[in-house]
Write a new protein. Sequence first.
Length: 456
Amino acid sequence: MHMSLFDVVVKNCNRKRLFISALFVLLFIAVDVQAQRTERLTVMNYNMLFYRQTTSFCTAAQNSAVAKDGYMRTITGYVQPDILLAQEIGANPVNLDRILTNILNINGVSSWEHAPYFSNNSSNIVNALFFDGNKVGYHSTISLTLDLQGNPIVRSIELHRLYYKDSLLGMDNDTVFFTMGVCHLKAGSSGQDLIDRANATQAVMQAFQFQITDDNRFFAGDFNVRSSTESSFQNLVNHPNQSVRFQDPINRLGTWWNNSTFSDIHTQSTRVTGQDNGGCFSGGGMDDRLDFILVSQPVMDGTQGVRYVPGSYTTLGQDGLRFNRSLIDSTNFKNVSAPDSVIMALYEMSDHLPVIMQIDVNKKTLSNNDLVAAEPKLTYNNPVNGTLIVDLANVQSEQVSLELMDFTGKKVFSTPMERNRQWFSFEGSVQHLPKGLYIMHVSGSGFHINKKLILN
């Protein structure tokens, strides 16, 4: 077929356009790949052993707070955590501020904050969560003080919702959220001790199933368990609802107590004889794995913006050669798993060792997607068991309202949502409404969202 000069020119131009279009696609793909860069955060869990709390067997002279401040500065200075979960802090809110002032916000650092103080008023020690405010922000907390039978839990358990402070957070108000639970379960090996621990973790799992909207979940603390077959631990890792089960990042399940197979992950006790510190410390040497950081499957897989860094889960100060020995026993093998100053600080600080892990958090970078207005992002619990929790991001509205309508179209509930720094939220009881199917309507300037909702 004869082609005119004009046809030849057009054909060549089309080829060039196809090439340029393909080039732009490749460039956009490259930019979007850049948008998946991560920041690595270090998470540390530690039983601080009666920090600022005296007992009949552990006095201030035997367990000096000033000395413990120095030990903790050495430990945190070496680890450089971004999030610190702690147990056995004296039940007084001023102690959390003291940890900030004397341990974390030192040497020109001023970015550390703590989550709110919680106590069930029946224990002289509490849990706490501290975080580097340059990297992490605080959103909210659920405090559990009762088991599912309505009986008091020995010590309150806190589920703290946090978010990553992305450098581009102000651009579209979107970031990664995660929830970190911290606990100190009942100690002891009696039948009632086992029941108390099991009842506490049942309450924890119900809260994670029905009250927590985040897929990125962590549960840490001093579990006081001797085996993964104990009911309290099984409640966490073998829950009937597979989607809320926790995982041991290192998959080292079994009978940990007095078992040399697990000598590299034992966390207690740093001393053979507890009496060498006036009785403050438990003795027995290293033969228990009592301290944990468990994670949800999405954290293991990295599917929701937070990913466990494989191989990063460690017991600080544990060289695997301490079975039934003290942390500093150098009769046969000196402990060289950390600098001498850190090993000695761990020995003097607590009868527990810290557990540490790292996570990679997806962070945004400028991409072609940032040129397009972000869609409103609505998260909520469904079904609802008494308390409705709703979060809304990516909106520029000054006010947002939330309404519930039954299937006749009748409005049965209406409330303004609370405006936070980067999003709108609502958390409140809807127990007064009959059980059934509803339409949830969330609206503001320039948008409205309708979602089906089940009230149980």
